[in-house]
Write a protein of this length. Structure first.
Length: 310
């Protein structure tokens, strides 16, 4: 039986590019180290925020290697690296899982293919994930994110069937369905099948329902605040955790309105002195000089100020 990732705070890290859209290695390393110093349990490379669909196979492998080496060279061998390996065919997904192992990942996070949604019956979805898990040399997590899989939303029954595979050890629920999360956490222990909220605006609610933590985009900006909330909950300080949770609810909404992945990169580069807001098309780059013109940016200023005093 494969092991689930440890409970905690995970970040689907953004990937920084130069003006010619090549890897900005110093910026990527600075980001990885700021996240590690912030106390995250693990870094997800090529989650949706890592622009996996915009990378070649060689780039995907290189990004994993760079993240793992940066952590190891700086004393963060305990920080996990999870690799997104979703692809549009079973064959390619299996290959990406092998590449992820070879590059230093401990687990893989797999999206359901989305090119042919009418063909993706429950039977086909289960068959796909089981075949990938059979072939993967490292433990597999199911990534449920309807926004990027043509609306496909795996229900708790389907995920429960998959959870019984010996090499499927967890799930990231970016669907935001708390009922689904609670049904899964009351059926499986976190040590056998870890359930993570896929959004910061549901972090405390997920913990109250038995989740193992979160894998969330907002952690790119304020990792220390997320770790603080997690520790408040662990210490039984639920009221204090919920007060901070309220800020996350507004901030999570804000990053979507500011520009999603491009917005996260712009906010990080403006406030933490590394990187640039460049994204690969068709995503849109967000102008750092115009962030304050966005009505939703005020909450980001507030939580970044809190982050910087921790």
């Amino acid at each position: 039986m494969s092991s689930a990732p440890l409970p905690g705070i995970y970040v689907p890290a953004v990937l920084f590019f130069t003006k010619d859209e090549e890897f900005d290695t110093p910026a990527i390393q600075s980001h990885v180290l700021r996240l590690a110093h912030g106390g995250v349990t693990g870094i997800v490379v090529q989650g949706s925020n890592g622009e996996a669909q915009h990378l070649s196979h060689e780039e995907r492998k290189a990004a994993i290697q760079l993240t793992r080496k940066t952590l190891d060279d700086n004393g963060f061998q305990n920080v996990l690296v999870i690799a997104g390996t979703g692809a549009q065919s079973t064959r390619e997904t299996k290959k990406l899982c092998i590449d992820a192992r070879d590059a230093g990942a401990s687990h893989v996070l797999v999206l359901t293919p989305s090119t042919w949604p009418p063909q993706m019956s429950v039977e086909n979805i289960i068959r796909f994930h089981r075949e990938v898990a059979d072939a993967s040399p490292i433990p597999v997590m199911i990534y449920n994110f309807p926004t990027v899989t043509a609306g496909q939303d795996l229900d708790s029954d389907t995920i429960s069937v998959l959870a019984q595979h010996p090499n499927i050890v967890g799930t990231k629920l970016s669907c935001g369905n708390m009922g689904k999360l609670h049904r899964l956490t009351t059926r499986f222990s976190p040590s056998e099948f870890a359930v993570y909220a896929g959004r910061s605006d549901l972090l405390t609610q997920g913990l109250l329902s038995g989740s193992a933590g979160t894998i969330a985009a907002l952690v790119n900006i304020v990792p220390k605040l997320h770790v603080k909330l997690f520790k408040l909950y662990q210490n039984g300080e639920v009221r204090e955790a919920m007060a901070l949770q309220g800020k996350f609810a507004h901030a999570d909404w804000a990053i979507g309105k500011i520009g999603g992945i491009g917005g996260i990169k712009a906010i990080v580069s403006k406030n933490f002195d590394y990187g640039s807001p460049i994204v690969r098309g068709p995503l849109k780059t967000v102008d750092t000089e115009r962030l304050h013109e966005n009505e939703h940016y005020k909450i980001m200023d507030e939580i970044i100020a809190l982050e910087k005093v921790l």
